[in-house]
Ligand binder design. Structure first.
Ligand code: ZN
Length: 184
């Protein structure tokens, strides 16, 4: 199967609200595996299904964000719910595979309590802090159509939108060029 393509901002599909996962079957395991492969292919730390055009409530994280070994078995969160966050918030630079090359300061809760299910439907709960909490909250945002850009003030947001449009235009020009070469 060809590697899944990560959708980039401002593609409107990134704004979709993902639907709860109901069937814990082979196709869910396949999707989780494909997500992990797509994330690794672009050296990402996390990827949600909606970012590859499959608006289901699940995402994967590379274990290094949780203090594990990079490249180990992906952490999979199905139907995740952020149960609680601390009032203490921290600002740190954050990136997103749908905003390639962009790192912007984002304020988020320092700790989060998250409930989710694994690919077999088994419920689990965990408390995360630091990078792990940030990654969880970032991916949970995706499932509700919330993006990096929504955390910025108006000026920073304008600049980021400009940059992404420029990038999209450059990519399209490249693809048009390739198309012309192929059709020759
Ligand atoms: Zn993201």
């Amino acid at each position: 199967m060809a590697a899944m393509k990560v959708i980039r901002y401002p593609d409107p599909r990134l704004r979709e609200i993902s639907s709860p996962v109901k069937a814990f079957d082979d196709s869910l395991r396949q999707l989780a595996g494909d997500l992990g492969a797509a994330m690794r292919a672009v050296r990402g730390a996390g990827l949600s299904a909606v970012q590859v055009g499959r608006p289901a409530r699940l995402f994967v994280l590379d274990p290094w964000v949780a203090g594990g070994a990079a490249g180990g078995t992906c952490l999979v969160f199905v139907n995740p719910v952020v149960e609680a966050v601390t009032d203490v918030q921290l600002v740190d630079h954050e990136g997103c595979l749908s905003f390639p090359g962009v790192f912007v300061p984002v304020r988020r809760a320092a700790r989060a309590l998250v409930k989710a299910q694994d690919v077999s439907g088994r419920a689990f709960e965990l408390e995360a802090d630091g990078m792990f909490a940030r990654a969880l909250l970032h991916e949970a945002d995706h499932l509700d159509g919330r993006l990096l850009v929504d955390h910025l003030g108006p000026v920073a947001r304008k600049m980021l939108e400009k940059k992404m449009l420029k990038l999209a235009r450059a990519k399209k020009a490249l693809e048009d060029d390739e198309g012309r070469r192929k059709s020759r």
